[in-house]
Design a protein around this ligand. Structure first.
Ligand SMILES: Cc1ncc(COP(=O)(O)O)c(C=O)c1O
Length: 427
């Protein structure tokens, strides 16, 4: 294992060389989607050059295409720790997959049955459950947050679980404020109440090693464009649970949940993205030589996590020193193990869009708004006020980029303070 070499890593991502105004762009937009390494671009390219065909044909390109799809299922099973590649289902994105499978899950429920969602979650793990509840006369209950640190109010969970609860839908990590939820504990309590669990791991997947078996969840969804792959959604469903669901499929389709023709070129890229993470594990992780791809991927995510959180401490330190800056979520260093390197903030006297535009004009990419974490922004009273500015660190960000961002934010904040009338500044 060698030192985490961020320069070498950056060299593998062609888009990091993009310049804006004569300077390389500094990309802190990872929670909205990451860049991809050359190996992913090459894999998509190679699919089109050598394997492009529909599935199931008795000829070379179709056989290759089928192999591409099979490899991607195995790769995602390795990344997520699933028992079998048949437990992995691909779709357009997390939201579409969740709407799709919610129809099957909802078909097992009777009027009056209950679903628990949270107001920390992205709408992708809320809207589909509210929609199926409206269709089938189900009851939706919402688990609240503790406003001070944007963590789930877990003391209220047991009060929401009843003998009618059939599903608990919860995020592994918040894409807006970075809170990591104790998903193993939530699954345990949901199962004790006789409910299935549906975990949204879209924001967790780029930052944490995931293990569906250790967490014992029934379902988990994520999106490969958030972790260095192409635009595709992934659903894990525990085999015995998937087998019990009525599928919504056309008659001849072989797979019960993957409908229509697959995104085969994307699947080639998915395998390459998982191999990339495994390669990070082989180079910089603590896996033993000859380890399986699963172990290498876990080691890769471990190395990524350690590097990202070191960088996050630098960012958090700098942000706290900027006057007029409010940070949301967990800010206590001792609890950084409960967060991802995703910061949500506001600057006094400026809209989040104004801050993002000022940074964007300097070639620094951050997002502003609610990021579809609509319930959370409503709860924080920020939905009609432009939400927050989101700075998302990824393992290809550097300390120099963080310093550049902090310097720019500091300047923007003091410009806003100077522009404010003295009474407002004092308040
Ligand atoms: C936590 C979280 N869940 C769900 C989604 C939706 O993912 P998709 O775009 O794949 O539908 C996102 C996208 O930003 C997200 O961050």
């Amino acid at each position: 294992m060698s030192r985490f070499d961020v320069d070498a890593i950056r060299g593998r991502f062609p888009a990091l060389a993009i310049e804006d105004g004569g300077r390389p762009v500094a990309l802190f937009d990872g929670p909205g989607g990451t860049q991809v390494p050359s190996s992913v671009i090459d894999a998509v390219d190679a699919y089109y050059r050598t394997s492009n065909a529909n599935h199931g044909g008795p000829f070379l390109t179709s056989r290759r295409s089928d192999a591409t799809a099979h490899e991607a299922h195995q790769a995602m099973a390795d990344l997520l720790g699933a028992d079998d590649p048949s437990e992995i289902k691909f779709g357009a994105n997390m939201t579409s997959l969740t709407f799709h499978v919610s129809r099957s899950i909802g078909a097992t429920m009777a009027p009056g049955d209950e679903i628990v969602v949270t107001n920390l979650d992205h709408e992708g793990n809320v809207g589909p459950w509210k929609a199926i509840a409206a269709d089938r006369d189900l009851v939706v209950r919402t688990l609240d947050i503790r406003e001070a640190d944007c963590t789930l109010a877990l003391d209220q969970l047991d009060g929401l679980l009843t003998d009618r609860t059939r599903l608990v839908a919860v995020g592994w990590a918040s894409n807006a404020v970075g809170t990591i939820n104790p998903v193993r504990e939530i699954v345990r309590r949901a199962h004790a109440a006789g409910a299935w669990t549906y975990i949204d791991a879209v924001h967790a997947a780029p930052h944490l090693p995931l293990d569906v078996r250790a967490v014992e969840t029934d379902f988990l969804a994520c999106s490969t464009y958030k972790f260095f792959g192409p635009h595709a959604g992934v659903l894990y469903g525990r085999g015995e649970v998937l087998d019990r669901l009525p599928p919504y499929k056309v008659r001849p389709a072989e797979d019960r949940f993957e409908t229509g023709t697959g995104n085969f070129e994307g699947l080639a890229g998915v395998t390459a993205a998982v191999d990339y993470i495994a390669d990070i594990g082989a180079r910089y992780g603590d896996a033993t030589p000859g380890a399986s791809r699963r172990d290498l991927a876990v080691a890769g995510m471990g190395a990524i996590r350690a590097y990202e959180m070191e960088l996050y401490r630098r960012l958090a330190d700098g942000l706290e020193a900027i006057p007029g800056l409010t940070l949301y979520g967990i800010t206590d260093w001792a609890r950084f193990g409960e967060r991802t390197p995703t910061a949500a903030l506001r600057l006094d006297g400026l809209t989040p869009r104004g801050v993002a535009e000022a940074l964007g004009a300097e070639g620094i990419a951050v997002w502003d708004g609610d990021f579809y974490a609509t319930g959370l922004m409503e709860r924080l009273g920020l939905l009609d006020r432009g939400g927050v500015v989101r700075i998302g660190l990824t393992h290809y960000n550097t300390a120099a980029e963080v310093d550049r961002l902090l310097e720019a934010l500091g300047r923007i904040a003091s410009g806003a303070a100077l522009a404010r009338p003295a009474t407002a500044a004092a308040g």
